[in-house]
Design a protein around this ligand. Structure first.
Ligand code: PGA
Length: 258
């Protein structure tokens, strides 16, 4: 298994997924508050506002260390794809990262592993860091299928994908039953899933890529549970929904363990 600590240690990433919340003025205010908060230098922060606020938030983040992210990307550059967003458009507003395969995309809007795979490939082609989200539903967990679901989503999401380096791609483990429910995975459940994912990555890629790749936990992360989740050796960051919508709680999450 990949080593921890030392020169191979992974830079924590705290990512806010604003989902379908915030008008432009609200988004600017929240992004400004985060930029003003002094962020420890040893970690990365990313904000994924809705598309309508990307340009405005991008202007607020310009010159700061906070990265702009999007909530999805199309696998085509342009054309008749109503409702989609091009990787060129995301580049144009300064996006550096993109969430892909979020469970709301998969379960509410019917995105398949194949679509997610095409989106991952497109993101990498255009220099955007994909944050590939995977996670089991409650039924899948209770029927003992957690690991087979994670394996299928990971292997098919990354089919024919060769990240150049460990930090060109991020994986987010988000158990669907923990998203927006206030029910967080226990630290043991999170670590077990993250360890499993890293082990799979180690079989798919060179060992140092798996060692460097960040695996975020998502699902009801808040200012009270972030420290214990981040204390787990294979939890390299958090993908935060509800608690990222308020400056105070997200700033506290950014300052985990400090
Ligand atoms: P939550 O959402 O923090 O509100 O559970 C996380 C996510 O969906 O990324």
């Amino acid at each position: 298994m990949p080593e921890e600590g030392g020169i191979m240690s992974r830079r924590p990433l705290l990512a806010g997924n604003w989902k379908m919340h915030m008008n432009i003025a609200e988004a600017e205010a929240l992004a400004s508050a985060i930029v003003r908060a002094s962020i420890p230098e040893d970690r990365d922060v990313m904000l994924a506002p809705p598309y309508t606020a990307l340009a405005a938030v991008g202007r607020v983040l310009a010159g700061s260390s906070v990265m702009l992210g999007a909530q999805n990307v199309c696998w085509e550059e342009k054309g008749a794809f109503t409702g989609e967003i091009s990787p060129l458009m995301l580049q144009d507003v300064g996006c550096r990262m993109v969430l892909l395969g979020h469970s709301e995309r998969r379960h509410i809007f019917g995105e398949t592993d194949e679509m997610v795979n095409k989106r991952v490939a497109a993101a990498l082609r255009f220099g955007l860091v994909p944050v590939l989200c995977i996670g089991e539903t409650l039924d899948e967990r209770e029927s003992g299928h957690t690991f087979s679901v994670l394996e299928r989503q990971l292997r098919s999401g990354l089919k024919d994908i060769n990240p150049g380096a460990g930090n060109d791609l991020v994986v987010a483990y988000e158990p669907v039953w923990a998203i927006g429910t206030g029910k967080t995975a226990s630290i043991e459940q999170a670590q077990e899933a993250h360890f499993f994912v890293r082990d799979l990555l180690a079989g798919m890629y060179e060992k140092n890529i798996a060692t460097q790749m960040r695996i975020l936990y998502g699902g009801s992360v808040n200012s009270d549970n972030v420290d214990s989740l981040m204390s787990q050796p294979d939890v390299d960051g958090a993908l935060v929904g509800g608690a990222a919508l308020k400056a105070d709680s997200f700033i506290r999450i950014i300052h985990f363990n400090s």
